[in-house]
Ligand binder design. Structure first.
Ligand code: DGL
Length: 286
């Protein structure tokens, strides 16, 4: 490899990873990525102006994903992680086809870990209406092991509960009863948390389902899959280079900063406003 090519590779390795979500939820994925890949710089975009994605149509979610993915590629990220389960369900194949950098969603890694973990062959999945209707988890789990049975449930009340700080109270218990009882009755031994917000409910969910059910969090699975991807594509940052994390959102940066720390597990110092027009402009070039 010549000098120029070597410099190119070093610059590429030092480039940040672009991560996006409909809002603050994807910070649960950033948190896990930070644990597994502590040297990597990150640019995070939370589309707070257009949240929720979970109740929007497939085409709308796909369009938003194209806009944000295109913007991240334009600013020079070395890889894109779609931290949002709904956007992964509807946007991953298009973004993988149009972006010049590797793209990773949260559905594939979560599905793979669940398919490997299940002993009795019965897996439950909970997520937003969009994620569950897309059948992305169901197909990804069956692609790993076609003999498995997948029982999926939309759990639309859980996102607002988490956003309002209800993590383990009577409201949560009632919602878990409503959503989980029908799939627990099928005898599942594995449950996939197919939404950015659910890791905050993990202690309540684990208590509810009991120790016979293995609870899989897609955020952790994605962080490990990203590490593999960076190794395989020789894009892993060398240690010793300066680490940066930048957080952008499309509306209400103060709210993002205030609420986001619960999802990230630490204070966020600066959140910058990214006007929606910037994303729309990037998307319109595709
Ligand atoms: N981030 C979304 C997901 O993981 C949940 C919030 C929303 O509906 O936008 O599907």
């Amino acid at each position: 490899m010549g000098r120029v090519a070597q410099k190119g590779r070093k610059e590429l390795k030092d480039a940040p990873i672009g991560i996006f979500d409909s809002g603050i939820g994807g910070l649960t994925v950033v948190r896990r990525i930070g644990e597994v890949l502590p040297n990597e710089s990150i640019v995070y975009i939370g589309d707070t102006a257009r949240i929720p994605y979970g109740s929007k149509s497939p085409q709308t979610v796909k369009n938003f994903s194209i806009e944000i993915g295109s913007y991240l590629a334009e600013i020079g990220v070395k890889a894109v992680v779609i931290a949002c389960n709904t956007a992964s369900s509807y946007g991953l194949s298009t973004l993988s086809a149009i972006l010049p950098v590797p793209v990773l969603g949260v559905v594939g890694p979560g599905a793979r870990v669940a398919a490997t973990a299940s002993k009795n062959g019965k897996i439950g999945v909970i997520g937003t209406r969009g994620t569950i209707c897309s059948e992305a988890y169901q197909s990804a789990i069956l692609a790993n092991r076609p003999e498995l049975r997948v029982y999926a449930a939309e759990a639309p009340l859980l996102v607002p509960f988490v956003e309002e700080g209800h993590l383990d109270d009577e409201f949560v218990k009632l919602a878990l009863k409503l959503y989980l009882d029908p799939i627990l009755e099928k005898g599942i031994d594995t449950l996939v948390l197919g939404c950015t917000h659910y890791p905050l409910l993990q202690p309540a969910i684990e208590k509810y389902v009991g120790d016979k059910v293995n609870v899989i969090d897609s955020a952790s699975a994605t962080a490990l899959a990203l590490k593999e991807l960076l190794k395989k594509t020789e894009l892993m940052k060398d240690s010793g280079t300066v680490l940066k994390k930048r957080f952008y959102c499309t509306d209400n940066p103060q709210g993002f900063r205030r609420e986001g720390s619960r999802f990230l597990g630490k204070e966020i110092e600066i959140v910058e406003l990214l006007p929606l027009e910037e994303l729309q402009r990037a998307g319109s070039k595709r």
